[in-house]
Write a protein that binds this ligand. Structure first.
Ligand SMILES: Cc1cc2nc3c(=O)[nH]c(=O)nc-3n(C[C@H](O)[C@H](O)[C@H](O)COP(=O)(O)OP(=O)(O)OC[C@H]3O[C@@H](n4cnc5c(N)ncnc54)[C@H](O)[C@@H]3O)c2cc1C
Length: 441
């Protein structure tokens, strides 16, 4: 009997698009599924990963967004307990008016708590706060055989460490606790500094190590005297008390896929020049709302349509510190500028040395670089492969949440602990990413 085609699912990068069944979960007790599927399963949060960690071909995706309740908040400790499908945006709506903020946030607030734990995400404050998992005192993990575990750094500690950064493979996180931090204002005291070259970026990062948030935008097209120019951004929560209000809903949406030819080296080069020159002086100080500081792209819903139907590829690596010049990062940037492929959402940041709590967590001390490329069949695939090779040669690693192309050999050299991790995988769970990087698909 020919099987009915299943709907196709895509993540934020829109590549790959894979067929799967979708089962919405509304209550934490909806799992294990009453009629256990014979196909493999994978939880999915808001689908804000770029590649295939949240995809499973011909599998069943457990859609967790319906489990979005905030369950308990202790203002004395700042610990919030919520269901795993709640988004960081929903937490902020609750927490900011009460004088609390997320301990760690990525570049979008539209991710779920389950997704944030499963990828052990990092933010602009990694050098001070470590990863998201460092601020999760406890969560519940439910396995496909119905077993429930409460996991914390001291209770079922091995399951805690396998599940934080475990990419949804160890079971379903049903609820979690997150330790929020106090604030007195929505505002961030911002400072932007223009730089040219990786040495200047490193010097600025070291000088700003006391600032809670640091990140830099980097121009990946400029060559010659402008090679590796960018804007270094640092910020701290304002200490001037002011009324704390909820954020407004975003009001802009990209309604259509932009034709693929619109994003090219010329248009991105123009954008980069305008962006670099939006700040005339070497330094700029301002008091800004946290929304544009943390989430500059969230005001444009579906901005990934800018890359057309074929989608985009992300590349994020971290390379450990090298003595003298940071040759690995320089080599990666030179390979990109020479490729003719342009990226305008390129950011670079120094990771701190707080140990990550997950067995497969991505961050480690060093410099992380994240960029995206429009998919142009073999050109971008080939470029990504070469960038991954450079990361490998320089003892770095790539970030699974942002990846759709690393090979099994590359993954296994980046994460040699993958075999010890695989003992914790739920036998009913699998993902397209895991099939690819362990080559059992
Ligand atoms: C604009 C943008 C900016 C970003 N910036 C950053 C950044 O600064 N730092 C960073 O680290 N990441 C960043 N990301 C990546 C994003 O934070 C992660 O991919 C995050 O995990 C996505 O969460 P999600 O809820 O969309 O999960 P999904 O993408 O749906 O799933 C991610 C993983 O979590 C698992 N999962 C989801 N829910 C559960 C659950 N309840 N139980 C068990 N497993 C579960 C899935 O199986 C999957 O493996 C960014 C993404 C975008 C689109």
């Amino acid at each position: 009997m020919p099987r009915n085609p299943q709907p196709k699912f895509e993540s934020w990068g829109r590549y790959p698009k894979l067929e799967a069944d979708l089962v919405p979960l509304h209550w934490t007790t909806d799992f294990p599924l009453r009629h256990s599927p014979t196909t493999k399963i994978l939880p999915v949060g808001a689908g804000r990963s770029y590649g295939d960690v949240c995809l499973l071909e011909h599998g069943t995706l457990l859609k967790t967004r319906g489990m979005d309740r905030l369950l308990h908040f202790n203002p004395e400790t700042g610990v919030l307990r919520c269901e795993a499908g709640a988004t960081l945006a929903e937490i902020l709506d609750f927490a900011v008016p009460r004088g609390f903020f997320l301990p760690v946030t990525p570049g979008t607030k539209y991710v779920t708590v389950g997704g944030a734990i499963a990828n052990d995400i990092h933010g602009k404050n990694h050098h001070i706060a470590g990863t998201f998992g460092c601020h999760v005192p406890r969560f519940e993990l439910v396995r496909s055989d119905g077993a429930h575990f409460e996991c914390s750094p001291t209770e079922n500690a091995d399951w805690f460490s396998a599940t934080v950064g475990g990419m949804g493979l160890t079971g379903l996180i049903t609820w979690a606790e997150v330790r929020l931090r106090p604030i007195v204002s929505r505002k961030i005291q911002y400072k932007g500094t223009k730089f040219v070259g990786i040495d200047e970026f490193v010097a600025l990062s070291k000088a700003a190590a006391h600032s809670e948030y640091t990140i830099a935008w980097i121009d990946c097209i400029a060559t010659g005297n402008n090679f590796a120019r960018g804007i270094f951004m640092q910020g701290d929560h304002s200490q001037q008390p002011e009324p704390l209000k909820r954020s407004k809903e975003p009001w802009l949406m990209l309604p259509l896929d932009v034709p693929e030819f619109a994003l090219n080296r010329f248009s991105i080069g123009l954008f980069n020049t305008l962006y670099y020159n939006r700040q005339w002086s070497k330094e700029k100080n301002a008091l800004v709302d946290y929304e544009p500081f943390f989430y500059p792209l969230d005001c444009l819903l579906h901005w990934n349509r800018m890359y057309g139907k074929s989608g985009l590829l992300q590349f994020q690596c971290v390379l450990p510190w090298e003595d003298g010049q940071q040759m690995g990062i320089i080599k990666i940037l030179k390979t990109i500028t020479a490729s003719g492929l342009a990226s305008f959402l390129a950011v670079i940041k120094v990771f701190g040395d707080a140990p990550s709590p997950g067995m497969l967590s991505f961050p480690m001390p060093g410099i992380t670089l994240a960029l995206d490329f429009p998919i142009r069949s073999d050109i971008s695939f080939d470029l990504l492969h070469r960038l991954a090779d450079i990361a490998q040669e320089h003892s770095g690693r790539m970030y699974p949440a942002k990846d759709a192309r690393m090979t099994a050999g590359q993954f296994q050299s980046f994460y040699p602990q993958w075999q010890s991790f695989s003992r914790y995988i739920d036998p009913a769970f699998d993902s397209a990413f895991w099939q690819r990087v362990t080559a059992h698909g």
